[in-house]
Ligand binder design. Structure first.
Ligand code: NDP
Length: 287
């Protein structure tokens, strides 16, 4: 079976992992990177080095980009837009949803189809168990290339809006980064009393499990806009949020995160949600 040729532009750790995975599955892969030496490893594994970005684009209908941001795409392709007609550009780089939508229009102006991708795992996990990638853009274009894209990880198509895969990506990292900071903050709180981080970690895991357990119910409350406060209400939880700020002050550790959380509770109470469930914080957060 002849596998479709793929071009990959951008060979940071992620781009290299993408190329390696495609090569392992027998796809001919053409690569280009601004710093040419960064292609050496994948060329040793069988990728073809293009001399210029235009040559790289010419080599395949499917062109994957793995760059620091969307500006890098314009820096690379902006001068060779004549080569883009008929191409399918899958941009796996991170940027704002608005810049992503702009890029889809830009690609379309030059006759290319544009798919946004958000790889949700570190490069070491690309192509393996548990890897998944959000995609958005024209459905039929995604469908046509899904078998190839599926090699990188489970492809999760989220809609036609080019910005949507990017927004999903950021939503997931919103949860991830905030959780990591919360974990480190809690660790510092206990460390102020001499508790080692390794001792606390299993307890933090319990709480992450509890959060996961409550999510479906909380999502339903948010969706329905109904926040009955017969269990944990905002006034009670807000008092706890206040105690965390106080404890953090006493411990001499950073206050920004617990203050931000306390502020959600304060504003929910001010808006009349004191007796509602904590899910009513959503009314404050959604802006
Ligand atoms: P790097 O920052 O290591 O690589 C970025 C690539 O972009 C390099 O090939 C670099 O070229 C190129 N580049 C940057 N600016 C320009 C420019 N102005 N002109 C031309 N080329 C440019 O990033 P990663 O490989 O780690 O990540 C790539 C994307 O994947 C990012 O958007 C990242 O958010 C995303 N991602 C990464 C993950 C990871 O584990 N690494 C996980 C999930 C997503 P040069 O080599 O010449 O500098």
């Amino acid at each position: 079976e002849n596998k479709a040729p793929v071009t990959v532009i951008g060979l940071g750790p992620m781009g290299q992992a993408v190329v390696t995975t495609l090569l392992e599955h027998g796809h001919p892969v053409t690569v280009w990177n601004r710093t040419a030496s960064r292609a050496d490893g994948v060329v040793d594994r069988g990728a073809v080095r293009a001399g210029t970005a235009a040559e790289a684009v010419a080599a395949s209908r499917l062109v994957l980009l793995s760059l620091t941001d969307y500006q890098a795409m314009y820096d690379i392709l902006g001068g060779i837009t004549d080569s883009l007609a008929g191409k399918v550009i899958v941009n796996l780089s991170s940027d704002s949803p608005e810049r992503t939508r702009e890029a889809a229009r830009w690609a379309s102006d030059h006759g290319a189809a544009f798919i946004t991708g958000g790889i949700m795992v570190p490069e070491s996990m690309v192509g393996g168990e548990g890897a998944y990638v959000y995609y958005s853009g024209p459905r039929e274009v995604f469908d046509a290339h899904e078998p190839t894209l599926a090699l990188l990880g489970r492809p999760d198509y989220v809609g036609t809006d080019a910005g949507l895969a990017q927004l999903y990506y950021q939503a997931q990292l919103d949860v991830f980064l905030t959780s990591l900071s919360a974990f480190l903050h809690a660790t510092a709180l206990l460390a102020s009393a001499g508790v080692p981080a390794t001792e606390y970690a299993p307890w933090a895991k319990e709480t992450f499990g509890l959060v996961a357990y409550f999510l479906p119910e909380a999502a339903k409350a948010v969706q329905d806009g109904e926040h009955p406060g017969d269990q944990a209400n905002v006034t009670m939880m807000g008092a706890t949020a206040d105690h965390i700020v106080e404890a953090s002050k006493a411990a001499g550790i950073d206050l920004e995160l617990p203050k931000a959380v306390k502020s959600h509770y304060d504003r929910a109470i001010a808006a009349g949600h004191g007796k509602d469930s904590w899910t009513s914080l959503y009314e404050v957060i959604k802006g």
